[in-house]
Design a protein around this ligand. Sequence first.
Ligand code: CTP
Length: 400
Amino acid sequence: MTLSGKRILLIVAGGIAAYKSLDLIRRLRDRGASVRCVMTDGAKQFVTPLSLASLSGQPLSDDLFSPHDDNGMAHINLSRQTDLVVVAPATADLLAKMAHGLADDLASTTLLAADKPVLVAPSMNQFMWAHPATQANLALLKQRGVLQIGPGAGDLACGEVGDGRLAEVMDIVAAIEKFFAKPGPLTGKKALVTSGPTYEPIDPVRFIGNRSSGKQGHAIAAALADLGAEVTLVSGPVSLPDPEGVRVVKVETAREMDAACQAALPADIAVCAAAVADWRAAEVAPQKLKKQAGADAPALHFVQNPDILAGLGAMGAGRPRLLVGFAAETEKLVEHAQAKLAAKQCDLIVANDVSAGTGTFGGDANRVWLVEKDKVTEWPPLSKRDVAVRLAQALSERLS
Ligand code: CTP
Protein backbone atom coordinates (compact mmCIF):
# COMPACT_ATOMS: atom_id res chain seq x y z
CA MET A 1 0.00 0.00 0.00
CA THR A 2 1.18 3.51 -0.64
CA LEU A 3 1.26 6.19 2.05
CA SER A 4 1.49 8.87 -0.57
CA GLY A 5 0.54 12.28 0.78
CA LYS A 6 0.17 11.08 4.39
CA ARG A 7 1.80 13.29 7.00
CA ILE A 8 3.29 11.53 9.99
CA LEU A 9 4.64 13.16 13.11
CA LEU A 10 7.21 10.77 14.62
CA ILE A 11 8.04 11.31 18.28
CA VAL A 12 11.25 9.55 19.27
CA ALA A 13 11.76 8.97 23.00
CA GLY A 14 14.92 7.96 24.85
CA GLY A 15 15.32 4.22 24.61
CA ILE A 16 17.99 2.05 23.05
CA ALA A 17 15.52 1.15 20.26
CA ALA A 18 15.63 4.81 19.14
CA TYR A 19 18.11 3.81 16.45
CA LYS A 20 15.34 1.80 14.77
CA SER A 21 13.39 5.01 14.25
CA LEU A 22 15.94 5.87 11.54
CA ASP A 23 14.90 2.80 9.54
CA LEU A 24 11.24 3.56 10.24
CA ILE A 25 11.61 7.05 8.74
CA ARG A 26 13.16 5.58 5.60
CA ARG A 27 10.49 2.95 5.18
CA LEU A 28 7.69 5.49 5.62
CA ARG A 29 9.25 7.89 3.15
CA ASP A 30 9.80 5.04 0.65
CA ARG A 31 6.02 4.60 0.73
CA GLY A 32 5.41 8.26 0.00
CA ALA A 33 4.70 9.56 3.51
CA SER A 34 6.20 12.79 4.76
CA VAL A 35 7.74 12.45 8.20
CA ARG A 36 8.41 15.25 10.66
CA CYS A 37 10.32 14.34 13.83
CA VAL A 38 10.28 15.44 17.45
CA MET A 39 12.83 13.99 19.86
CA THR A 40 13.19 14.03 23.62
CA ASP A 41 16.44 14.87 25.39
CA GLY A 42 16.72 11.19 26.27
CA ALA A 43 16.50 10.22 22.60
CA LYS A 44 19.57 12.37 21.91
CA GLN A 45 21.61 9.94 23.99
CA PHE A 46 20.91 7.31 21.33
CA VAL A 47 20.51 9.08 17.98
CA THR A 48 21.51 12.52 16.85
CA PRO A 49 19.16 15.36 15.86
CA LEU A 50 21.10 15.56 12.59
CA SER A 51 20.28 11.93 11.72
CA LEU A 52 16.55 12.50 12.22
CA ALA A 53 16.56 15.79 10.31
CA SER A 54 18.61 14.36 7.42
CA LEU A 55 16.57 11.18 7.02
CA SER A 56 13.21 12.90 7.36
CA GLY A 57 14.25 15.76 5.10
CA GLN A 58 12.46 18.16 7.44
CA PRO A 59 13.45 20.37 10.37
CA LEU A 60 13.74 18.52 13.65
CA SER A 61 11.93 19.89 16.71
CA ASP A 62 13.28 19.27 20.20
CA ASP A 63 12.84 22.47 22.19
CA LEU A 64 9.55 23.49 23.83
CA PHE A 65 10.73 27.06 24.31
CA SER A 66 12.44 27.66 20.96
CA PRO A 67 11.41 31.09 19.65
CA HIS A 68 12.55 30.00 16.15
CA ASP A 69 10.47 26.86 15.88
CA ASP A 70 7.05 28.04 14.67
CA ASN A 71 7.33 31.25 16.76
CA GLY A 72 7.23 29.15 19.90
CA MET A 73 4.02 27.38 18.84
CA ALA A 74 5.54 24.10 17.61
CA HIS A 75 3.81 22.13 20.38
CA ILE A 76 0.42 23.22 18.95
CA ASN A 77 1.13 23.36 15.24
CA LEU A 78 3.04 20.11 14.84
CA SER A 79 -0.05 17.94 15.31
CA ARG A 80 -2.27 20.33 13.32
CA GLN A 81 -0.06 19.72 10.27
CA THR A 82 -0.12 15.95 10.57
CA ASP A 83 -2.47 13.01 9.92
CA LEU A 84 -1.12 10.58 12.51
CA VAL A 85 1.21 10.93 15.51
CA VAL A 86 3.51 7.91 15.99
CA VAL A 87 5.55 7.48 19.18
CA ALA A 88 8.40 5.03 18.49
CA PRO A 89 10.01 4.03 20.69
CA ALA A 90 7.51 4.90 23.42
CA THR A 91 9.36 4.64 26.75
CA ALA A 92 7.73 3.86 30.10
CA ASP A 93 8.38 7.47 31.08
CA LEU A 94 6.71 9.02 28.05
CA LEU A 95 3.72 6.65 28.34
CA ALA A 96 3.35 7.70 31.99
CA LYS A 97 3.44 11.36 31.02
CA MET A 98 0.83 10.77 28.32
CA ALA A 99 -1.44 8.89 30.70
CA HIS A 100 -1.26 11.60 33.37
CA GLY A 101 -1.22 14.70 31.20
CA LEU A 102 2.29 15.86 32.06
CA ALA A 103 3.78 18.39 29.68
CA ASP A 104 7.34 19.30 30.57
CA ASP A 105 9.07 19.03 27.20
CA LEU A 106 8.17 19.39 23.54
CA ALA A 107 7.29 15.71 23.04
CA SER A 108 4.90 15.44 25.98
CA THR A 109 3.36 18.87 25.38
CA THR A 110 2.79 18.10 21.69
CA LEU A 111 1.08 14.86 22.70
CA LEU A 112 -1.13 16.68 25.21
CA ALA A 113 -2.06 19.29 22.61
CA ALA A 114 -2.53 16.74 19.78
CA ASP A 115 -5.80 16.77 17.86
CA LYS A 116 -4.90 13.71 15.77
CA PRO A 117 -4.88 9.95 16.43
CA VAL A 118 -1.80 8.63 18.25
CA LEU A 119 -0.08 5.25 17.72
CA VAL A 120 2.45 4.15 20.36
CA ALA A 121 5.13 1.48 19.92
CA PRO A 122 6.33 0.71 23.46
CA SER A 123 9.90 -0.43 24.10
CA MET A 124 11.50 -1.11 27.48
CA ASN A 125 12.88 -3.75 29.85
CA GLN A 126 10.50 -6.63 30.55
CA PHE A 127 10.01 -5.70 34.22
CA MET A 128 9.35 -2.06 33.37
CA TRP A 129 6.79 -3.30 30.83
CA ALA A 130 5.14 -5.74 33.24
CA HIS A 131 5.04 -3.19 36.09
CA PRO A 132 1.45 -2.47 37.16
CA ALA A 133 2.11 1.25 36.71
CA THR A 134 3.05 0.82 33.04
CA GLN A 135 0.18 -1.58 32.40
CA ALA A 136 -2.31 0.79 34.07
CA ASN A 137 -0.97 3.71 32.04
CA LEU A 138 -1.34 1.75 28.82
CA ALA A 139 -4.86 0.65 29.74
CA LEU A 140 -5.81 4.28 30.36
CA LEU A 141 -4.32 5.39 27.04
CA LYS A 142 -6.09 2.62 25.14
CA GLN A 143 -9.37 3.58 26.79
CA ARG A 144 -8.83 7.06 25.38
CA GLY A 145 -8.34 5.64 21.87
CA VAL A 146 -4.56 5.61 21.67
CA LEU A 147 -3.49 2.86 19.24
CA GLN A 148 -0.76 0.42 20.19
CA ILE A 149 1.66 -1.81 18.25
CA GLY A 150 3.89 -4.27 20.14
CA PRO A 151 5.96 -4.70 22.12
CA GLY A 152 7.33 -8.04 20.96
CA ALA A 153 9.11 -10.70 22.99
CA GLY A 154 12.73 -11.72 22.64
CA ASP A 155 16.27 -10.62 23.50
CA LEU A 156 16.29 -7.20 25.12
CA ALA A 157 19.17 -4.76 24.89
CA CYS A 158 19.74 -5.10 28.66
CA GLY A 159 20.60 -8.79 28.17
CA GLU A 160 17.35 -10.11 29.62
CA VAL A 161 14.83 -12.03 27.55
CA GLY A 162 11.12 -11.23 27.65
CA ASP A 163 8.41 -8.81 26.55
CA GLY A 164 9.43 -5.26 25.79
CA ARG A 165 11.15 -5.27 22.39
CA LEU A 166 10.07 -2.53 20.04
CA ALA A 167 7.76 -4.05 17.40
CA GLU A 168 9.60 -4.88 14.18
CA VAL A 169 9.90 -1.80 11.97
CA MET A 170 7.90 -3.45 9.18
CA ASP A 171 5.14 -4.32 11.65
CA ILE A 172 4.98 -0.66 12.70
CA VAL A 173 4.78 0.30 9.03
CA ALA A 174 1.98 -2.27 8.54
CA ALA A 175 0.08 -0.84 11.53
CA ILE A 176 0.39 2.64 10.02
CA GLU A 177 -0.79 1.35 6.62
CA LYS A 178 -3.73 -0.36 8.30
CA PHE A 179 -4.66 2.90 9.99
CA PHE A 180 -4.79 4.66 6.62
CA ALA A 181 -6.31 1.75 4.66
CA LYS A 182 -9.61 2.67 3.08
CA PRO A 183 -12.12 -0.11 2.63
CA GLY A 184 -12.15 -1.14 -1.05
CA PRO A 185 -14.67 -3.06 -3.17
CA LEU A 186 -12.95 -6.34 -2.24
CA THR A 187 -12.69 -5.69 1.51
CA GLY A 188 -13.74 -8.85 3.35
CA LYS A 189 -13.07 -11.05 0.29
CA LYS A 190 -10.33 -13.68 0.08
CA ALA A 191 -8.26 -14.15 -3.06
CA LEU A 192 -5.77 -16.82 -4.10
CA VAL A 193 -3.22 -16.11 -6.83
CA THR A 194 -0.61 -18.46 -8.31
CA SER A 195 2.44 -16.95 -9.98
CA GLY A 196 5.81 -17.78 -11.51
CA PRO A 197 7.19 -21.04 -12.83
CA THR A 198 7.50 -24.37 -11.09
CA TYR A 199 10.78 -26.27 -10.88
CA GLU A 200 10.57 -30.02 -11.25
CA PRO A 201 13.68 -31.78 -9.94
CA ILE A 202 15.60 -34.43 -11.86
CA ASP A 203 18.30 -35.02 -9.28
CA PRO A 204 19.53 -32.98 -6.26
CA VAL A 205 21.10 -30.29 -8.50
CA ARG A 206 19.06 -30.28 -11.74
CA PHE A 207 15.51 -29.34 -12.51
CA ILE A 208 13.16 -28.61 -15.40
CA GLY A 209 11.70 -25.11 -15.28
CA ASN A 210 10.38 -22.42 -17.60
CA ARG A 211 10.89 -18.75 -18.37
CA SER A 212 7.91 -17.33 -16.44
CA SER A 213 9.03 -14.26 -14.46
CA GLY A 214 5.98 -14.06 -12.18
CA LYS A 215 5.56 -10.36 -13.02
CA GLN A 216 1.93 -10.69 -14.13
CA GLY A 217 0.83 -12.92 -11.24
CA HIS A 218 2.59 -10.78 -8.62
CA ALA A 219 1.04 -7.62 -10.07
CA ILE A 220 -2.42 -9.23 -9.90
CA ALA A 221 -1.90 -10.16 -6.24
CA ALA A 222 -0.89 -6.56 -5.47
CA ALA A 223 -3.84 -5.11 -7.43
CA LEU A 224 -6.37 -7.35 -5.63
CA ALA A 225 -4.86 -6.34 -2.27
CA ASP A 226 -5.11 -2.67 -3.27
CA LEU A 227 -8.86 -3.19 -3.70
CA GLY A 228 -9.02 -4.52 -0.14
CA ALA A 229 -8.89 -8.31 -0.71
CA GLU A 230 -7.05 -10.57 1.69
CA VAL A 231 -4.64 -12.16 -0.76
CA THR A 232 -2.57 -15.34 -0.59
CA LEU A 233 0.04 -15.47 -3.34
CA VAL A 234 1.46 -18.94 -4.00
CA SER A 235 4.65 -18.32 -5.92
CA GLY A 236 7.14 -20.52 -7.68
CA PRO A 237 10.82 -19.44 -7.76
CA VAL A 238 11.02 -15.83 -8.98
CA SER A 239 13.40 -12.96 -8.41
CA LEU A 240 10.74 -10.39 -7.49
CA PRO A 241 10.10 -8.69 -4.16
CA ASP A 242 7.04 -9.87 -2.24
CA PRO A 243 4.11 -7.54 -3.01
CA GLU A 244 3.08 -5.47 -0.02
CA GLY A 245 0.07 -6.38 2.01
CA VAL A 246 -0.03 -9.87 0.54
CA ARG A 247 0.60 -13.22 2.25
CA VAL A 248 3.23 -15.02 0.18
CA VAL A 249 3.74 -18.79 0.20
CA LYS A 250 6.89 -19.87 -1.66
CA VAL A 251 6.98 -23.24 -3.38
CA GLU A 252 9.07 -25.01 -6.01
CA THR A 253 7.16 -27.89 -7.55
CA ALA A 254 3.67 -28.19 -9.03
CA ARG A 255 2.65 -30.58 -6.28
CA GLU A 256 3.83 -28.11 -3.61
CA MET A 257 1.92 -25.35 -5.38
CA ASP A 258 -1.21 -27.51 -5.47
CA ALA A 259 -0.95 -28.29 -1.73
CA ALA A 260 -0.38 -24.61 -0.87
CA CYS A 261 -3.44 -23.62 -2.92
CA GLN A 262 -5.61 -26.20 -1.19
CA ALA A 263 -4.38 -24.90 2.17
CA ALA A 264 -5.34 -21.32 1.19
CA LEU A 265 -8.99 -22.24 0.51
CA PRO A 266 -11.74 -21.18 0.86
CA ALA A 267 -11.34 -18.20 -1.45
CA ASP A 268 -13.84 -15.96 -3.20
CA ILE A 269 -11.50 -15.40 -6.14
CA ALA A 270 -8.73 -17.64 -7.49
CA VAL A 271 -6.45 -16.47 -10.29
CA CYS A 272 -4.08 -19.11 -11.64
CA ALA A 273 -1.36 -17.14 -13.39
CA ALA A 274 1.49 -19.57 -12.71
CA ALA A 275 3.23 -21.40 -15.53
CA VAL A 276 2.91 -24.81 -13.92
CA ALA A 277 5.00 -27.62 -15.36
CA ASP A 278 2.65 -30.14 -16.94
CA TRP A 279 4.99 -33.04 -16.22
CA ARG A 280 7.59 -34.04 -13.66
CA ALA A 281 10.28 -36.69 -13.73
CA ALA A 282 8.75 -40.00 -12.73
CA GLU A 283 11.68 -40.61 -10.42
CA VAL A 284 14.03 -38.08 -8.89
CA ALA A 285 17.55 -39.51 -8.70
CA PRO A 286 18.68 -39.46 -5.04
CA GLN A 287 22.26 -38.60 -6.08
CA LYS A 288 23.56 -36.32 -8.81
CA LEU A 289 23.45 -38.13 -12.17
CA LYS A 290 27.01 -38.64 -13.43
CA LYS A 291 27.98 -38.80 -17.07
CA GLN A 292 29.94 -41.85 -18.10
CA ALA A 293 32.30 -41.83 -21.05
CA GLY A 294 30.78 -43.67 -23.99
CA ALA A 295 27.45 -44.32 -22.24
CA ASP A 296 24.14 -43.13 -23.67
CA ALA A 297 22.52 -39.98 -22.26
CA PRO A 298 20.04 -40.88 -19.51
CA ALA A 299 16.38 -41.18 -20.61
CA LEU A 300 13.88 -39.28 -18.53
CA HIS A 301 10.41 -40.62 -17.95
CA PHE A 302 7.69 -38.15 -17.09
CA VAL A 303 4.39 -38.34 -15.27
CA GLN A 304 1.66 -35.72 -15.37
CA ASN A 305 1.41 -33.09 -12.64
CA PRO A 306 -1.89 -32.15 -11.02
CA ASP A 307 -3.69 -29.41 -12.92
CA ILE A 308 -4.32 -26.89 -10.17
CA LEU A 309 -6.78 -24.75 -12.12
CA ALA A 310 -8.78 -27.74 -13.34
CA GLY A 311 -8.81 -29.12 -9.80
CA LEU A 312 -10.29 -25.89 -8.46
CA GLY A 313 -12.84 -25.83 -11.29
CA ALA A 314 -13.97 -29.37 -10.55
CA MET A 315 -14.52 -28.70 -6.85
CA GLY A 316 -18.13 -28.95 -5.82
CA ALA A 317 -18.86 -27.08 -2.61
CA GLY A 318 -16.01 -24.76 -1.73
CA ARG A 319 -15.15 -23.87 -5.35
CA PRO A 320 -13.94 -20.25 -5.56
CA ARG A 321 -16.85 -18.10 -6.74
CA LEU A 322 -14.71 -16.59 -9.48
CA LEU A 323 -12.11 -18.83 -11.04
CA VAL A 324 -9.68 -17.29 -13.50
CA GLY A 325 -7.08 -19.05 -15.61
CA PHE A 326 -4.44 -17.89 -18.06
CA ALA A 327 -3.81 -19.29 -21.49
CA ALA A 328 -0.38 -18.64 -22.88
CA GLU A 329 -0.69 -19.37 -26.57
CA THR A 330 1.32 -18.94 -29.73
CA GLU A 331 -1.55 -19.43 -32.22
CA LYS A 332 -5.40 -19.62 -32.36
CA LEU A 333 -5.45 -17.67 -29.14
CA VAL A 334 -9.18 -17.24 -28.52
CA GLU A 335 -10.06 -20.71 -29.81
CA HIS A 336 -7.58 -22.38 -27.46
CA ALA A 337 -8.64 -20.16 -24.57
CA GLN A 338 -12.30 -21.10 -25.10
CA ALA A 339 -11.35 -24.77 -25.06
CA LYS A 340 -9.44 -24.28 -21.78
CA LEU A 341 -12.33 -22.34 -20.26
CA ALA A 342 -14.60 -25.31 -20.84
CA ALA A 343 -12.08 -28.05 -20.03
CA LYS A 344 -10.95 -26.46 -16.76
CA GLN A 345 -14.46 -25.24 -15.80
CA CYS A 346 -13.39 -21.69 -15.04
CA ASP A 347 -15.32 -18.43 -15.30
CA LEU A 348 -12.77 -16.46 -17.23
CA ILE A 349 -9.57 -17.07 -19.14
CA VAL A 350 -7.01 -14.33 -19.68
CA ALA A 351 -5.46 -15.29 -23.00
CA ASN A 352 -2.12 -13.87 -23.98
CA ASP A 353 0.11 -14.19 -26.96
CA VAL A 354 3.52 -15.53 -26.01
CA SER A 355 4.82 -16.21 -29.50
CA ALA A 356 8.40 -15.23 -30.30
CA GLY A 357 8.89 -11.49 -30.64
CA THR A 358 6.03 -10.44 -28.32
CA GLY A 359 8.38 -10.22 -25.30
CA THR A 360 5.56 -11.29 -23.00
CA PHE A 361 7.58 -13.90 -21.12
CA GLY A 362 9.82 -11.95 -18.75
CA GLY A 363 8.88 -8.57 -20.23
CA ASP A 364 6.82 -5.74 -18.70
CA ALA A 365 4.08 -5.50 -21.33
CA ASN A 366 1.16 -7.75 -22.10
CA ARG A 367 -1.61 -8.01 -24.70
CA VAL A 368 -4.60 -9.92 -23.45
CA TRP A 369 -8.09 -11.08 -24.39
CA LEU A 370 -10.65 -11.82 -21.67
CA VAL A 371 -12.47 -14.95 -22.71
CA GLU A 372 -15.75 -15.78 -20.99
CA LYS A 373 -18.52 -18.24 -21.84
CA ASP A 374 -20.39 -15.91 -24.16
CA LYS A 375 -18.08 -12.93 -24.45
CA VAL A 376 -14.56 -12.12 -25.68
CA THR A 377 -13.08 -8.75 -24.76
CA GLU A 378 -9.87 -7.52 -26.34
CA TRP A 379 -7.72 -5.15 -24.33
CA PRO A 380 -5.17 -2.81 -25.88
CA PRO A 381 -1.45 -3.42 -25.26
CA LEU A 382 -0.84 -2.54 -21.61
CA SER A 383 1.87 -2.85 -18.99
CA LYS A 384 1.50 -5.96 -16.83
CA ARG A 385 0.71 -3.67 -13.92
CA ASP A 386 -2.15 -2.06 -15.85
CA VAL A 387 -3.46 -5.45 -16.94
CA ALA A 388 -3.45 -6.41 -13.24
CA VAL A 389 -5.28 -3.25 -12.14
CA ARG A 390 -7.93 -3.64 -14.87
CA LEU A 391 -8.35 -7.33 -14.15
CA ALA A 392 -8.76 -6.75 -10.39
CA GLN A 393 -11.38 -4.11 -11.17
CA ALA A 394 -13.18 -6.42 -13.63
CA LEU A 395 -13.20 -9.25 -11.08
CA SER A 396 -14.57 -7.02 -8.32
CA GLU A 397 -17.41 -5.93 -10.67
CA ARG A 398 -18.23 -9.56 -11.54
CA LEU A 399 -18.22 -10.57 -7.87
CA SER A 400 -20.61 -7.86 -6.74
N1 CTP B 1 -2.43 -24.67 -14.86
C1 CTP B 1 -2.50 -25.19 -13.57
N2 CTP B 1 -1.87 -26.37 -13.30
C2 CTP B 1 -1.23 -27.05 -14.26
C3 CTP B 1 -1.16 -26.52 -15.58
C4 CTP B 1 -1.77 -25.33 -15.85
O1 CTP B 1 -3.09 -24.57 -12.70
N3 CTP B 1 -0.63 -28.19 -13.97
C5 CTP B 1 -3.13 -23.42 -15.15
C6 CTP B 1 -2.23 -22.26 -15.43
O2 CTP B 1 -1.89 -21.55 -14.28
C7 CTP B 1 -3.10 -21.43 -16.37
C8 CTP B 1 -3.92 -22.45 -17.10
O3 CTP B 1 -3.88 -23.62 -16.30
O4 CTP B 1 -4.01 -20.64 -15.66
C9 CTP B 1 -3.48 -22.77 -18.47
O5 CTP B 1 -2.20 -23.24 -18.50
P1 CTP B 1 -1.46 -23.63 -19.88
O6 CTP B 1 -0.12 -24.16 -19.54
O7 CTP B 1 -1.53 -22.49 -20.82
O8 CTP B 1 -2.39 -24.71 -20.40
P2 CTP B 1 -2.31 -26.25 -20.33
O9 CTP B 1 -3.56 -26.74 -19.68
O10 CTP B 1 -1.05 -26.71 -19.69
O11 CTP B 1 -2.35 -26.64 -21.84
P3 CTP B 1 -1.22 -26.54 -22.97
O12 CTP B 1 0.11 -26.56 -22.27
O13 CTP B 1 -1.49 -27.71 -23.79
O14 CTP B 1 -1.49 -25.25 -23.67
